[in-house]
Design a protein around this ligand. Structure first.
Ligand code: D5M
Ligand code: FE
Ligand code: ZN
Length: 489
């Protein structure tokens, strides 16, 4: 399972030569500075004259030191692949699709899908993921002096960035996996301590050494979240309410609790301004074998019609943002585009229908909303995770800066040309649903929410020993960002 198309070998050879020269001089260099040097007409000549002329060269050479300081236009000869990729697709960040009453969409796949599922798509997709997460890893102090894998192979001790391939466990309990970058790959051995939380297709930093012809991982570095993020302070009035997994149309839909919730909303119209619904808004049809016998409404459109009726009871001043989940009538592959017109036209209200995941901002608060299907894979592959503690899953996503890294397990992923499942911008609020639990915790200044469900335990969940915590909503004050769980049972 190879992730990349071979890169431009010429550019790569030059990069290694430049690095060698700089390391031989007793220095290290930052990635953007190398890029700048590679963009010069004669990069070797540029490096040699820089090393010769400048007397006070800092230990770690930055872009500024070599004259490529902030504000200057840098023309970079990008590798061939990046050129193909940017021509093929470029998701404009910060592009505002709609801006109703203080909401703006920052990132959403809706209307922008490029995936045709061809082999080339997969390579472009993984390349984009690698490039994005590599950039975050390069910002970590542990990764200063990291080298391309092609170079790491001939070093005794080294640090590099790679995408994790298939992971095998040896008889002695070591994990063996292939780490891959755009040009090369290396087989890595890791002991129990470093190996337990590795998951396929994640991008990590590796610090290790050679011994007995093998490469041993001493430390795994993950991109993570900075300890202190600049916390957005709310400026808005009122609050946002978060719910998820309504599963309307299911026999186990909790009608009475739902009615209590709707009544509370009616009485809280002054206090509540926004309602975010994180997917599985109806139970759908054909989601799992034998679902027919669990449905109270067998027709998918009738399910959405019934939901529209319920939603119409919500006071008009509450702005609703709705994303799909794995039970909704959209393509199952993530990122999921929003609901089709045949469904959205059933709603009389002005709802903001978005894709899954979606990154949006409400009155200056950045929100990452994701249904959370990939938690099934996280829980299967990381030993300490359980269905009862979704917040821990969400922390593992933030640690890897990716919502759904594993390709080809339970979470279907569409190989878009840009990997918008990468968490490249740290949100103020991160919300999921799917596991039907409820969680609220502040982690490194981010409010983490798992937004419960309106469905009681299904027979499938009983079989799997999944115990839901239904009929809860999380409310976040837009001014103070104080948050609490409300119970409607
Ligand atoms: O998911 C509701 C809950 O049931 C959630 O905790 C996942 C679990 N679930 C559902 N389907 C599966 C499969 N196929 N494997 C493992 N776990 C599953 P919902 O998306 O609402 O059905
Ligand atoms: Fe669900
Ligand atoms: Zn779900």
């Amino acid at each position: 399972h190879k992730h990349f198309i071979p890169d431009n070998p010429l550019a790569n050879g030059m990069r290694s030569k430049i690095l060698e020269q700089i390391i031989a001089h007793g220095n290290l260099i930052q990635e953007d500075a190398i890029e700048y040097i590679l963009s010069q007409k004669d990069p070797m000549e540029f490096v040699n004259s820089f090393l010769k002329q400048k007397k006070d060269i800092p230990f770690i050479i930055s872009l500024k030191d070599i004259g490529g300081g902030v504000g200057k236009t840098i023309e970079i000869e990008k590798p061939v692949l990046e050129a193909i990729e940017s021509k093929a697709f470029s998701m404009s960040q910060k592009e505002e699709i709609k801006k109703p009453r203080g909401i703006s969409i920052i990132k959403d796949i809706t209307g922008k899908s490029t995936s045709e599922g061809e082999i080339r798509d997969f390579k472009i997709y993984f390349n984009d993921r690698f490039t994005k997460i590599k950039k975050i890893l390069k910002g970590r102090v542990e990764m200063v002096g990291s080298v391309p894998i092609s170079q790491a192979k001939s070093m005794q001790k080294c640090r590099f960035i790679g995408m994790v391939g298939d992971i095998k466990t040896t008889a002695k309990g070591y994990k063996v996996f292939e780490a891959e970058d755009e040009n090369s790959s290396i087989q890595c051995f890791t002991g129990k301590e470093n190996g337990t939380n590795l998951i396929r297709d994640e991008v990590i930093g590796i610090i290790g050494h050679k011994g007995q012809g093998r490469f041993y991982v001493d430390q795994v570095i993950r991109p993570g979240i900075p300890v202190s993020k600049e916390r957005s302070t709310g400026k808005g009035d009122g609050s946002i309410v978060f719910i998820s997994d309504i599963h309307l149309g299911s026999k186990t839909f909790l009608k009475e609790s739902w009615e209590k919730f709707i009544n509370w909303l009616k009485n809280s119209a002054n206090e509540v301004n926004y309602l975010v619904i994180s997917g599985d808004v109806v139970d759908g049809i054909g989601v799992y074998p034998g679902q027919e016998s669990d449905l109270s409404i067998a027709d998918i459109y009738a399910q959405y019609e019934e939901l529209a009726k319920e939603i119409s009871k919500i006071p008009r001043n509450i702005k609703i943002i709705m994303l799909p989940g794995n039970h909704d009538a959209v393509r199952p592959a993530e990122p999921q585009q929003t609901f089709p017109a045949e469904i959205t036209k059933l709603f009389s209200q002005d709802i903001l229908f978005v894709g899954n995941p979606c990154y949006f901002s409400i009155e200056g608060i950045d929100i990452l909303a994701y249904h959370g299907k990939s938690m099934d894979d996280y829980i299967t592959n990381i030993p300490h995770l359980t269905y009862q503690k979704p917040i821990e899953c969400m922390k593992e996503m933030l640690l890897r800066r990716h919502l759904a890294p594993i390709y080809g397990d339970k979470t279907p992923i569409a190989p878009e040309h840009e990997d918008i499942l990468v968490i490249d911008k740290v949100p103020d609020i991160f919300v999921t649903g799917h596991v039907h639990c409820c969680g609220l915790e502040i982690y490194r200044d981010i409010i983490l929410i798992n937004a419960s469900t309106w469905q009681s335990q299904t027979s499938y969940q009983r079989m799997q020993n999944i115990v839901p915590e239904p009929a809860k909503a999380v409310i976040v004050d837009l001014k103070t960002l104080n948050s609490k769980v409300m119970d409607f049972r």
